[in-house]
Design a protein around this ligand. Structure first.
Ligand SMILES: Nc1ncnc2c1ncn2[C@@H]1O[C@H](COP(=O)(O)OP(=O)(O)O)[C@@H](O)[C@H]1O
Ligand SMILES: [Mg+2]
Length: 309
């Protein structure tokens, strides 16, 4: 009896997340997998060999599914790391942490032969010299905080004035590293491709507003229906694989000058389609749920076989 599989889950509740969670839990139940949900590691404590949450020993779970980008805290992430040393997690802590950082991700992608925006990383003490040298070469640069999201903190540098505005801010910041990319000439739209367990889930596009070059919805970008072509799909699959992500949303744009697709970032917790987006015709949620349930089923079978109780 104690062989029954039980997983832990933490999934965002806004934008339709609560309904998605219900469906996943039901489908897991059909496979005889129990779910303990709403496990926010922020409320957990470690007690010798155990990580405890509401009386549950999380380290005894068969798997933990962590899917809440918006409410991630430093403490939560710290326990994510510890827990993943003893039980499987989706995504693994390593790939979660990798995709949280834009430089680390681009570095890994480049070494896997995947095209990203050309980039440079240097210590902030050498910022002035490097910025001038590279601005001279590229003419247009994007400064990116390595851990930002939603387009925040991205700064376009095209002349001395914009550079002189940015440098003091970099100087006063706590970070050591400066990450910059070549500004890519593109049509101000992107592809977001969702991959689960190496398989295609869905694709949509985002169009930047007329007064911005960023496609993020938080920057005023709008989601639109967009088919995924073969090249884009192949790049997305390769990127997900290179990052080791069980679940990934890959952002891709088309470089009009080099005439090639470029991966901008890999998102480790890509949102399900919201109820409004579903009304628009984005219909990949059920497929995504099924692939996630399959994945959890498979990953917990391996664990249970080894468990001798
Ligand atoms: N190198 C670049 N050249 C041109 N546009 C870019 C570049 N990098 C990012 N962008 C634009 O800015 C948006 C946000 O950048 P991204 O790297 O995805 O950071 P975030 O995590 O904030 O979404 C992208 O969706 C794209 O529209
Ligand atoms: Mg992005």
């Amino acid at each position: 009896m104690s062989n029954k599989r039980t997983i832990g889950m933490w999934l965002y509740q806004n934008s339709g997340g609560d309904a998605i969670e219900k469906k996943i839990i039901e489908k897991l139940k059909e496979r005889d997998i129990e779910t303990i949900n709403n496990i926010d590691l922020r409320d957990a404590t470690a007690q010798n060999k155990n990580i405890m949450h509401n009386g549950v020993k999380l380290n005894k779970l068969d798997l933990f599914f962590s899917y809440n980008a918006g409410e991630q805290t430093i403490y939560q992430t710290y326990l994510y790391q510890a827990l993943n040393r003893v039980i499987p997690m989706i995504n693994s802590y390593d790939s979660f942490q990798l995709t949280e950082d834009k430089f680390q991700t681009s570095f890994v992608l480049r070494n896997a032969g995947i095209t990203t925006a050309d980039y440079r990383l240097f210590h902030k003490n050498e910022a002035n010299e490097n910025f001038h040298k590279i601005l001279d070469k590229w003419k247009s640069i994007v400064f990116k905080p390595t851990e930002g999201w939603g387009g925040t903190g991205l700064t376009k540098i095209e002349d001395e004035l914009s550079l002189q505005n940015l440098l003091p801010a970099i100087n006063h910041s706590n970070t050591r590293e400066v990450f910059i990319e070549r500004f890519i000439k593109y049509d101000n739209s992107d592809f977001r491709v969702d991959i689960v367990d190496g398989q295609y889930v869905g694709c949509y596009g985002r169009q930047a507003p007329s007064n911005d070059w960023r496609t993020n919805v938080t920057s005023g970008g709008s989601v639109f229906m967009r088919e995924c072509n073969e090249d884009v799909l192949k790049i997305a699959k390769n990127a997900a694989k290179a990052c080791g992500t069980d679940i990934a949303g890959i952002d891709i744009i088309y470089d009009q000058e080099k005439e090639e697709y470029v991966v901008l970032e890999v998102n480790g917790i890509p949102a399900f389609a919201t109820p409004e987006q579903e009304k628009m015709g984005l219909d990949f949620n059920n497929k995504k749920i099924d692939l996630i349930v399959d994945l959890i089923d498979r990953k917990t079978q391996i664990k249970t076989k080894g468990k001798n109780k």
